[in-house]
Design a protein around this ligand. Structure first.
Ligand code: TXA
Ligand code: MG
Length: 347
């Protein structure tokens, strides 16, 4: 692999200087955050940000998140911050929370896709913070993947689809959380979750703040429908293989559903992505079985899920069934991604 900076053990000063040179001359880099890898560029430069859209094949109406490493940088992006937004920042930054704020028009119009608002976050990852700090400019970064594919959680998963399209790759090993940040907007003192993530509805509620889940989190969005977070209407995360989501239920009910599906479709090659506690039930069914993690450890599942969604296409099966989980805490976010990955096919 070429053009790779290995920062897994430590961030090397001389290599960091080279990365700063790339960003400050309008280049783009793949870099790790605590959620997923991003493709970063100087958020204030049209020429640089344009390259991100080209590398990803991303629709121009889908705005990018701006990443900052300190509060001085926040002032470059917005001047209008309410009390609730401040409390969220104090509690959850640096961390996996993106807050939609009023833009003061210092970032490229391509970043905001022409909206009057800008999504901002301070990532909780040391490598990301050092890169942004050294570049001394807000960094616009969508998830590192070709549009429509699952976001990258390790370099090996995304190198082939992005090589030749970016100027450098920074390797920070596997990301911690594995799914993208929570995106929120405050309206009339209520926090609206536009995209669920590790910072959950329950976490925000614990602060004594009113919070709601946007109606589109679990709903199919028609292409011409107006939504607050444009990313929700685009095709997302879907493997090429047909995938079907099984609603979370008691063990025996989930397993029976799979059994019935296998019996009704004897000519299909079938795989199942399941809780590791369930694999024992599927072992004798003559189907491929991929464990996603423990039913009692949603964070383990969130770390693995995008890599597994990519792996499904290598299984050489006609259909892959995926066990769903409880829609609570980070499970809400995982289910939001899985419903889209399965293109609303639910069993
Ligand atoms: O964890 C993350 O958020 C990762 C890492 C790299 O930081 N980034 C990420 O970016 O997931 P992306 O571009 O794949 O997703 C950004 C989401 C999209 O759904 C987009 O529509 C929404 O944030 N978004 C960005 N700016 C917005 C705005 N001004 N108003 C509403 N939604 C916005
Ligand atoms: Mg994305």
């Amino acid at each position: 692999m070429n053009n790779i900076y290995d920062f897994k053990q430590n961030v090397k000063k001389s290599e960091l200087d080279q990365i700063v040179k790339i960003i400050n001359s309008g280049g783009i880099i793949v870099f790790p955050t605590e959620t997923v890898y991003g493709i970063g560029a100087d958020a204030t430069r049209d020429d640089a940000v344009k390259k991100i859209f080209i590398a990803k094949g991303r629709p121009q109406d889908n705005p990018l998140i701006v990443h900052i490493s300190n509060y001085n940088m926040l002032e470059k992006v917005t001047t209008d911050i309410g009390d609730i937004e401040r409390r969220l920042m104090e509690k959850f930054w640096p961390g996996p929370l993106t807050i939609i704020l009023k833009s003061n028009n210092n970032v490229s119009k391509l970043v905001t896709a022409g909206l009057s608002t800008v999504g901002v976050r301070m990532p909780g990852n040391d490598i990301a913070l050092k890169i942004i700090g050294a570049c001394n400019t807000p960094i616009a970064a969508p998830s590192a993947n070709v549009s429509g594919k699952p976001s990258g959680t390790k370099l090996e998963d995304i190198y082939d689809e992005l090589k030749g399209k970016v100027d450098a790759f920074v390797d920070g090993g596997e990301t911690d959380i594995g799914i993208e940040s929570t995106v929120v907007k405050v309206e009339n003192s209520v926090v609206k979750i536009l995209r669920p993530g590790k910072i959950s509805l329950e976490d925000i509620e614990d602060l004594g703040i009113k919070v709601t889940l946007d109606e589109h989190v679990f709903k199919d969005v028609k292409h011409d429908e107006k939504v607050e977070s444009p990313g929700m209407k685009h095709r997302h995360y879907a493997p090429n293989t047909k995938t079907i989501l099984i609603e979370f239920d008691k063990d025996n009910i989930m397993v029976d559903k799979v059994d019935k599906y296998i019996k009704e479709n004897p000519s299909l090659k079938i795989a199942i992505v399941c809780f590791k506690e369930h694999s024992i039930y599927y072992i004798n069914k003559n189907i491929k079985c991929i464990e996603m993690g423990s039913v009692n450890n949603q964070l383990e599942i969130s770390r693995n899920i995008f890599s597994i969604l990519r792996f499904i296409d290598k299984l050489d099966v006609d259909v892959c069934l995926i066990e769903g989980m409880k829609k609570e805490y980070i499970g809400t976010a995982i289910m939001n991604r899985l419903i889209r990955a399965c293109e609303y096919n639910i069993l």
